[in-house]
Ligand binder design. Structure first.
Ligand code: ASP
Length: 601
């Protein structure tokens, strides 16, 4: 029989008895019926061996003409990725032929009947192979990539995490409520995806950047505890690990403050780690104030799996003879250092040059370094510092001989950014990050507002509905930029996996914050008048949080990118090679919407 003459069989009354991952020695002698894909085929003429694969695993099946001549005859035409159903007897593999790497490796199925359920075109890449194809090709044929066990297992775990979170929130009295996708834009700081209305031409819906306002309305409605595992849409340039649509575990609670939310999330994480990762996490999760996170790690999402904290030595070098440090200190800049313990020998000239390049590429002026030795510093800076000054610096940063000091002087923001980045880089290069460590930290007491230099105005660090700390409310008049927010972020291994806040539930305070943000009364009324109105109808105190679910799953599966844990992700240019979205539409569709495109689009 040739490839062209075979026929596709109907299943008829064939029913699967097992999946391809479950046969063991105890099944020897039993009849089994398996269905799946041909993973690999070894044709020895007389005997044909096939590794049959389904989502649960692989079972070796053997076609032996002495067992069933007809099946053996048909098995010759099988190729990788054909879909078949087979039945036969579970047998022990010949001594020495067992495969300890496969859970089913002690047995094989001796085939007595086969149905060919489908054939395949030659796949554009091998399913059972290395990740060799380009990402675009793998995304175009994503369904083939998803057949790969390692990829599939990410989705099994994602499912487990989702159900675990749902169970936990259900047990704790949260109600899952859906909120609209076709809505009015909610400001979370990104660009909206717009959807034109056909019925009301010239009007647009926005896809939600988050259900923020709706969940607050549900609190006004008296729902008390809401959650939703929900898709959010943000039209951002896809830097690094972002997707235009992503999933949040979004929740909101009435009569709650930051402690209530933090408590709920900590218990949820503990439950999740126990059930999904099979390990406990220790509670409470440590907390860091924003200003300390910036001071010690240079970022508001510190990776706390390793040390390498930065120390400020501005006051110690202000009076030194080193002009560069001196003038930075005098002009309000900072000099900070990272001490890399017992690693001076890992910093060759080449490594230091690379680090300096990173510093410069991030807008820094350069990086200074010193190897600490018994007799002082091995550094071009040695001569500028007195013995006493060097001793003081070593004492402050806890340095001893054999350590490496990296120093940076610049505007505070630049120093933090650059040293924060180098801290991660050094940890990677020196292998200081253990892969099976999960290190959580809460970052709390964020600033409420920050100055946007480009736009020349204050903007909300979290979002405009976040409450200031009670004790900082008086600051709002004179020094609004000093006011801190009742906001909190949960950080895991240096990634922000969630953020939320206590909300403003008093209209007067909300008006005041809008004023500070330069949002006029009319503008506020037009954009979120419905929320302001709702706040006037007995809004309870409420607080909430949203977890970045894709990122959380990526960390818990060890995936390098969130794309690996999204079934059909988009590329860096926000397109989908599989469906070819976004794509042009028929002019009649535009017509119906009352739209016409500019010449150049
Ligand atoms: N809506 C916020 C966000 O998407 C989270 C929150 O404050 O609950 O970041």
């Amino acid at each position: 029989m040739t490839n062209d003459t075979f026929h596709i069989d109907a299943l008829e009354d064939w029913k699967r008895t097992h999946d391809c991952g479950s046969l063991r020695a105890i099944h020897i002698g039993e009849e089994a019926l398996l269905m799946g894909w041909v993973n690999t085929r070894r044709d020895f003429g007389n005997l044909i061996f096939i590794d049959l694969r389904d989502r649960e695993g692989i079972t070796q099946i053997v076609f032996d003409p002495q067992v069933d001549e007809e099946s053996h005859g048909r098995a010759h035409i099988l190729r990788s990725e054909w879909v078949i159903a087979v039945k036969g007897k579970v047998s022990a593999r010949l001594a020495g032929q067992e495969n300890p790497k496969l859970p089913t490796g002690a047995v094989e199925l001796k085939i007595t009947g086969i149905k060919i359920l489908n054939k395949t075109e030659t796949p554009p890449f091998q399913v059972d192979g290395a990740v060799d194809a380009s990402e675009t090709l793998r995304l175009k044929y994503r369904y083939l990539e998803l057949r790969r066990k390692r990829v599939f297992e990410n989705f099994r775990r994602r499912h487990l995490i989702t159900s675990c979170i749902r169970d936990y929130l259900n047990r704790n009295g949260f109600l899952e409520v859906e909120t609209p996708f076709l809505t009015k834009s909610t400001p979370e700081g990104a660009r909206d995806y717009l959807v034109p209305s056909r019925v009301q031409k010239g009007h647009f819906y926005a896809l939600p950047q988050s259900p923020q306002l709706f969940k607050q309305l549900l609190m006004v409605a008296g729902f008390e505890r809401y959650y939703q595992i929900v898709r959010c849409f943000r039209d951002e340039d896809l830097r690094a690990d972002r997707q235009p649509e992503f999933t949040q575990v979004d929740l909101e609670m009435s009569f709650a403050d930051e402690e209530t939310i933090i408590g709920i999330i900590e218990e949820m994480m503990a439950d999740l780690f126990q059930k999904v990762m099979g390990r406990p996490i220790s509670l409470p999760i440590p907390r860091l104030e924003y200003k300390d996170a910036m001071e010690r790690f240079g970022t508001d999402r510190p990776d706390t799996r390793f040390g390498l904290e930065m120390k400020d030595i501005t006051d110690l070098v202000r009076a030194s003879n080193f002009q560069v440090f001196k003038s930075v200190a005098e002009s309000g800049g900072r000099i900070k250092t990272i001490c890399v313990e017992k690693s001076a020998s890992s910093f060759s000239r080449k490594v230091l040059d690379e680090m300096s390049q990173i510093a410069v590429s991030m807008g820094g002026k350069g990086l200074s370094s010193a190897k600490i030795t018994e007799d002082g510093w091995q550094s071009s800076l040695d001569k500028f510092f007195s013995k006493e000054e060097k001793k003081e610096i070593s004492r402050k940063v806890g340095a001893s001989p054999g350590d490496m000091l990296l120093m940076m002087a610049d505007k505070p923001k630049v120093v933090n950014q650059v040293l924060g980045m180098l801290r991660l880089e050094i940890a990677k290069r020196l292998n200081l990050i253990k892969s099976d460590v999960f290190s959580f930290v809460w970052v709390v007491k964020f600033p409420l507002l920050e100055y946007n230099e480009a736009e020349g105005r204050l903007e909300a660090v979290h979002h405009p509905f976040t409450a200031p700390m009670e004790e900082d409310i008086p600051l709002l008049h004179e020094h609004p930029e000093r006011a801190r927010a009742r906001a909190y972020d949960i950080v895991l291994n240096g990634s922000e996996v969630g953020g939320g806040s206590v909300r403003i539930h008093r209209t007067t305070l909300q008006d005041e914050v809008f004023r500070l943000l330069g949002i006029s009364k009319e503008d506020a009324e037009m954009k979120f008048g419905f929320l302001l109105e709702a706040l006037r109808y007995g809004a309870p105190p409420h607080a909430g949080i949203a977890l970045g679910f894709d990122r959380l799953v990526a960390i818990l599966t060890g995936a390098e990118s969130i794309r690996e844990v999204i079934a059909f992700p988009k590329t860096q240019t926000a397109s989908c090679p599989l469906t070819d979205a976004p794509s042009k539409v028929d002019p009649s569709q535009l017509d119906e919407l009352g739209l016409c495109l500019k010449e150049d689009s």
